[in-house]
Design a binder for this molecule. Sequence first.
Ligand SMILES: *[C@@H]1O[C@H](CO)[C@@H](O)[C@H](O)[C@H]1NC(C)=O
Length: 313
Amino acid sequence: MLYIQRPSNYIVSLIILLPLTLLCITFLLPLSAYLSNPLVAGSSCVGGTAGNVRAAPAADDDAGHRPEISVLVGVHTTARKHSRRHLIRMEYALQQTPALRGAARVDVRFALCARPMPPEHRAFVALEARAHGDVLLFDCAESADQGKTYTYFAGLPSMLGAGAGGSRPYDYVMKVDDDTFLRLDALVETLRAAPREDMYCGVGLPFHDRAFPPFMLGMGYLLSWDLVEWIASSDMVRREATGAEDVTTGKWLNMGNKAKNRVNVFPRMYDYKSAKAEDFLENTIGVHQLKQDIRWAHTLEHFNLTTLELFNF
Ligand SMILES: *[C@@H]1O[C@H](CO)[C@@H](O)[C@H](O)[C@H]1NC(C)=O
């Protein structure tokens, strides 16, 4: 007599399928959501099905506390600069301390144009995008003065799925060069005290007009989300899309009578001078003109991002 019956095929398939189903739910759904929209992948588990992920408002951090402000930092770079992106990715990841995450959600993304894209760059960029989920690829030609900045700001609302009447995906959107080092905590501290709307922040030029500069230098500047949406919807801005990118952004805002709130952070973002401590300001927000590795090294050393422990035995 058979005391222990063979489990029916039904039970067997249930035993095999159940873990698989759980695996799908816990892993594959977020993964596919992540691939379809890496910007909001952090909050993808909250929503419904994959592929239907909407831009969520600022995600809560680990403690369930919603950071006060959210910033999208778009590093404008070109496809071939894989190793530079690797460095920038690390230094911004290291700055995501619990204190920073408690104060703000700062999402750093790399903004690239899809043209030209030789095959080897395309393959490597695709690897980065899939592995890190921090690449924003825009349909534009890679040249700062040919409208890349326009495409970036104008493309973000639809890329982020920000629909009519919906909550804004970010309070601020930044454009920053890939030869600029940003101190995220100093940036966030400045933004906490800044207006949330109709706001344009950066290093103003010309220097004599401190209170209401006509434009902010291209090394790094921010717009509040309402201005990003305005850029996306304005025919005038579309007609004026090209030109020296930083002057041009100021021109749109001036022509449109926008950005009544201008926050000039001069001189807290500046060009690199030397490795000497006195050539870095204590309240630095950004250091620009970091094209060579050695300049990055000096800057990262100065701001204590490179502490290395020597193992003695
Ligand atoms: C870096 O660390 C040293 C030693 O703790 C400290 O004296 C210095 O002020 C730090 N520098 C900056 C820029 O925070």
